[in-house]
Design a binder for this molecule. Structure first.
Ligand SMILES: Cc1ncc(COP(=O)(O)OP(=O)(O)O)c(N)n1
Ligand SMILES: Cc1nc(C(=O)O)sc1CCOP(=O)(O)O
Ligand SMILES: [Mg+2]
Length: 506
């Protein structure tokens, strides 16, 4: 079932929404889209002229044909035209979830009203949706009107959005993405929301000024479905879906007399199409009245490193700091876990002194106060540390700040802080640290690097050794960070020499 996604939805004869949009969006993300057509709409850029629902027999035969040969990793559902269709699809989904060896994830875009304002489902479907379908849904992606229709909550501000999402979760939906295309707060911006597994994610960007928005909702949910099929976590699929739609709106054009369709333009490669992660301190947070943590330590813009970091050794003792620096490693991190409080401060001080002696960059992991106190070159922090460390103090002391990221969401979150470099991990499985569920692979690394290389030195970490280093370097990443490839090699000086040769003059 590798990367197969089904779309159970209506056909749009105008080619802009429904099945047609779904297939194009899925193709853009490199998954194979299959279709189960629930209705044939006679539609153009001016509106819906006729809606011909498919019979339940015809839907069932399409489902059966696919189930026996091309089971889906993710099933995306769009328009279901009547109660019979809802019941039939729900029965099949229950069966797949109970019986398939790899049960599919289900993404539901509750298409009730077309962007032209035409209603696309019969009036009595809402109760059936709540009873039969919603309890089977992993991710629902309603727009403002659909959210209001399903929950009765009017989306007048962020708290109302949270309340509506909770109501949908009480109806059995696992995760909720509420599309903000129709809100206008803050004025001129488009803000979207995702609630999943007890976490919330807010994304925002300036609204893209085009009348050609037909198919936006179908495309967003198909992009999310495709990314989930590729194994991306929902927060990353949410980011990519939003970037895809932003790019599609920028390139959208008219084909008839009315509203043109979103353009389908492949994987979003330009950072300007990506939304901002909204969190306290970030650009839209004040407008949305986000509560600020106490103490509030947000800071953005850190001292620069003067270029790429080259070979980056991550080691747990001052002995290793010296061995690496003396063998010519340009960047070394002292990463001491379960530190002995008796020796920690002296070790940090020694590491800083060694950095000065060998003219290498020495970063201190975690212990930012001691790094400031002893004038380290820089500090390396994880995502959790960003909310807790005193970033203003690090910035004022002129230390460089490196930040770990694991995926697109964390990458864009780190971008809010404008750190000195970004690390992407874990590229491969590693035994040095538990990175379960966070392995990125080379394909994602080759998206991260061009998105961020204009703004930052880039670092790849996790499972990198001599055998894979040449592939990692081919992505264009500026630095490779390694633990075991140096500390567990038989001959660390020769491992260092080889890794540096792969990196060339980076
Ligand atoms: C270069 C580099 N990248 C990532 C990490 C991981 O840092 P963090 O997320 O803070 O996790 P710990 O290292 O503290 O376990 C790193 N140390 N260095
Ligand atoms: C410390 C660390 N951080 C990672 C991340 O992805 O953030 S992966 C990792 C371990 C790297 O060790 P090795 O080179 O031995 O695989
Ligand atoms: Mg850390």
């Amino acid at each position: 079932m590798a990367d197969v996604v089904w779309s159970i939805a209506g056909s749009d004869s105008g080619g802009g929404a429904g099945i047609q949009a779904d297939i194009k969006a899925m193709h853009s993300f490199g998954v194979h889209g299959c279709t189960v057509i629930t209705a044939l709409t006679a539609q153009n850029s001016l509106g819906v002229e006729a809606l011909n629902s498919t019979s339940t027999e015809v839907i069932e035969s399409q489902l059966q044909a696919l189930a026996i040969d091309m089971p889906a990793r993710v099933i995306k559902i769009g328009m279901l035209a009547n109660v019979q269709q809802i019941q039939l699809v729900a029965e099949h989904l229950s069966h797949y979830k109970a019986k398939w060896v790899e049960p599919p994830l289900v993404v539901y875009d509750p298409v009730a009203i077309a962007s032209s304002g035409d209603r696309l489902t019969e009036e009595d479907t809402i109760d059936a949706l709540k009873t039969y379908l919603l309890p089977l849904i992993d991710v629902i992606t309603p727009n403002t009107q659909e959210t209001q229709l399903l929950t009765g909550v009017y989306l007048i501000g962020p708290d109302a959005v949270r309340e509506a999402a909770q109501k949908l979760q009480q109806l059995g939906v696992q995760s909720v993405v509420i599309k903000g295309g129709h809100w206008d707060y803050p004025k001129g911006y488009c803000v979207d929301y995702c609630a999943s597994q007890g976490q919330e994610y807010w994304l925002g960007n300036e609204a893209i000024n085009t009348p050609h928005t037909h198919g936006t909702g179908c495309s967003l949910s198909s992009a999310i479905a495709a990314c989930l099929a590729k194994g991306y976590p929902l927060k990353d699929a949410f980011i990519l879906g939003k970037a895809y739609v932003n790019k599609g709106l920028s390139y959208a054009q008219r084909f008839g007399e009315g509203i043109g369709p979103l353009a389908h333009t492949g994987f979003p490669e330009d950072i300007n199409d990506y939304p901002q992660v909204i969190e306290a301190g970030s650009w839209l947070a004040d407008e949305l009245d986000f509560e600020q943590p106490i103490p509030f330590n947000f800071a953005a813009g850190f001292a620069d490193t003067g270029g790429e970091l080259g070979l980056y050794a991550v080691v747990d003792s001052v002995d290793w700091v010296e061995k690496c620096l003396s063998a010519g490693v340009p960047t070394v991190q002292l990463r001491v876990k379960n530190a002995d409080p008796e020796t920690l401060e002296a070790d940090i001080q020694t590491a800083v002194t060694l950095g000065n002696k060998y003219q290498g960059r020495v970063f201190i992991n975690d212990y930012w106060q001691l790094a400031i106190k002893h004038g380290a070159y820089g500090v390396h922090l994880g995502q959790e540390d960003l909310s807790e460390a005193n970033l203003q103090a690090i910035q004022e002391a002129g230390l460089r700040l490196g930040v770990s990221t694991h995926g697109f969401y964390e990458m864009l979150r780190a971008h809010n802080y404008r750190p000195s470099y970004l690390a992407f991990g874990a590229i491969y499985p590693t035994t040095t640290k538990d990175m379960t569920g966070q392995i990125q692979g080379l394909e994602k690394l080759s998206h991260f690097v061009p998105l961020m290389a204009e703004h930052y030195p880039t670092v790849a970490i996790g499972g990198i050794d001599l055998s894979v280093a040449p592939d990692v370097v081919k992505t264009g990443v500026g630095s490779i960070a390694v633990v075991r490839a140096i500390t567990e090699s038989n001959d660390h000086a020769s491992a260092i020499e080889q890794l540096q040769a792969y990196l060339g003059n980076r």
